[in-house]
Design a protein around this ligand. Structure first.
Ligand code: BDR
Ligand code: CA
Length: 313
C-alpha cells in the first residue's frame, strides 16, 4: 500500500507537535503533503512559529507550512495558554525557526490540493479548531466529495468537556466550523476526550521518550513534562492526556482504536452547552450516522508505537 497522503491542520500545542513528529517519522504509512496552521491553543503568529519549530526539529525544513484563519468563523478567539504556556510550545528550549512560511493562504492550499490530486486520495487531519477546514468547504463545496476522510481530534461524550463542562476545546473554539464539517457528508473519524483521556503520559512513558537520548525524544519528554503539571492537577490522573497524536497513530495502526459509527451533531446555540458534541452513542434517534466516534484505545500499544517511531527521526 502506498503511504496515505495527508494535510495536517494544526494549532501547535505540545500534543500537536508530537502528532506531527509521529507523522513525519512514519513515511511508509503517511505522506505529509503540507501543514496548515490555524488559531487555537495560541494566536496564529505563534502556531505558525511552532509548526516551523517542530518541522525543523524533525529535520524537515523543506515542509510546506501555510498560515490560515486567525479567528473562528463567528466568535472571538479563545486560547489555551493556561495549558500550553505563553508560546504554546513551552517546555523544551528550541531555536527560533528559520524556515520560511509557504506563500498563500492555508484555505486556498487545501482547496488546491484537493482539486489537483485524484479524488478520494487526500485525508485531512485537523488537530485544532475546524476553522480552516470549514472555510475551505464553504468556499469550494465541491471539494467535499474529493476528501478521502477527515480524521480529527475533538469532542467528548462520556468524558464531558475540558474547557466547559460539556465542550472540548477544539470544538468549543469554533462550533460553527465544527457544525459545517460534521454536516459535510465527508467520512469522519473522531478522536474525542473519551479516547485521549486514556492516552496518559505516565512517568515510565515519559522516561521512555527521554531515554531515546535524541533531540526529538528529549524535546517530547520536556513538552509532556510541561503540560503534565496542569493536567495532573486538574484530573488527578497519573499523567497528562496526549490528545492529538491519537489522530496520526490511527493512520498507522487503526487497530489500536475502537468506536462506533453514529450520529454526531454540534451545539451551536446554547451558551451553556456551546460546542458540545451531541453523540448518539446509544443510537436513540433515527439521525443518520455521520462519524466514527472512538471511545477506546490500546494505550500501551499506542505509546510503544510512538516511542518506536520517534526513535527513527
Ligand atoms: C485539544 O485542545 C488542545 O489544547 C490540544 O492541542 C488538543 O488538540 C484537546 O482538547
Ligand atoms: Ca491541537
Amino acid at each position: 500500500m502506498p503511504p496515505r497522503k495527508i494535510i495536517i491542520d494544526t494549532d501547535p500545542g505540545q500534543d500537536d507537535a508530537v502528532a506531527i513528529l509521529l507523522a513525519l517519522a512514519s513515511p511508509e504509512e503517511i505522506d505529509v503533503l503540507g501543514i496548515t496552521c490555524v488559531a487555537g491553543n495560541v494566536p496564529l503568529p505563534l502556531t505558525t512559529r511552532n509548526a516551523r519549530i517542530v518541522c525543523e526539529l524533525a529535520g524537515r525544513s523543506e515542509m510546506a507550512i501555510y498560515a490560515g484563519c486567525d479567528r473562528p468563523l463567528g466568535r472571538d478567539l479563545v486560547t489555551a495558554e493556561h495549558v500550553h504556556g505563553k508560546t504554546g510550545l513551552d517546555g523544551p528550549s528550541l531555536p527560533e525557526p528559520t524556515m520560511p512560511m509557504a506563500d498563500g493562504h492555508a484555505v486556498d492550499y487545501i482547496i488546491d490540493q484537493l482539486r489537483t490530486h485524484d479524488e478520494g486520495t487526500i485525508t485531512l487531519c485537523p488537530l485544532g479548531p475546524l476553522t480552516n477546514i470549514a472555510t475551505a468547504l464553504q468556499k469550494a463545496p465541491e471539494i467535499a466529495s474529493r476528501i478521502a476522510e477527515i480524521v480529527l481530534m475533538g469532542g467528548g461524550y462520556f468524558e464531558g468537556g475540558n474547557i466547559t463542562p460539556t465542550a472540548e476545546f477544539n470544538i468549543y473554539v469554533d462550533p460553527q466550523a465544527a457544525d459545517i464539517v460534521f454536516k459535510s457528508g465527508v467520512p469522519i473519524v473522531v478522536m474525542p476526550l473519551d479516547v485521549t483521556h486514556k492516552a496518559l503520559v505516565t512517568k515510565p512513558r515519559n522516561d521512555a521518550f527521554r531515554a531515546l537520548g535524541t533531540p526529538q525524544g528529549i524535546a517530547v519528554a520536556q513538552m509532556t513534562d510541561f503540560f503534565e503539571r496542569f493536567d495532573k492537577e486538574k484530573y488527578g490522573s497519573e499523567g497528562a492526556p496526549l490528545h492529538d497524536p491519537c489522530v496520526t497513530a490511527y493512520l498507522i495502526r487503526p487497530d489500536l482504536f475502537k468506536g462506533r459509527h453514529i450520529n454526531v451533531e454540534i451545539e451551536t446555540t446554547s451558551e451553556l452547552t456551546m460546542g458540545m458534541t451531541v453523540a448518539d452513542w446509544w443510537r436513540v434517534t433515527d439521525r443518520a450516522p455521520n462519524a466514527t466516534f472512538m471511545n477506546d484505545i490500546d494505550a500501551d500499544g499506542f505509546f510503544t508505537l510512538l516511542t518506536e517511531r520517534l526513535a527513527r527521526l
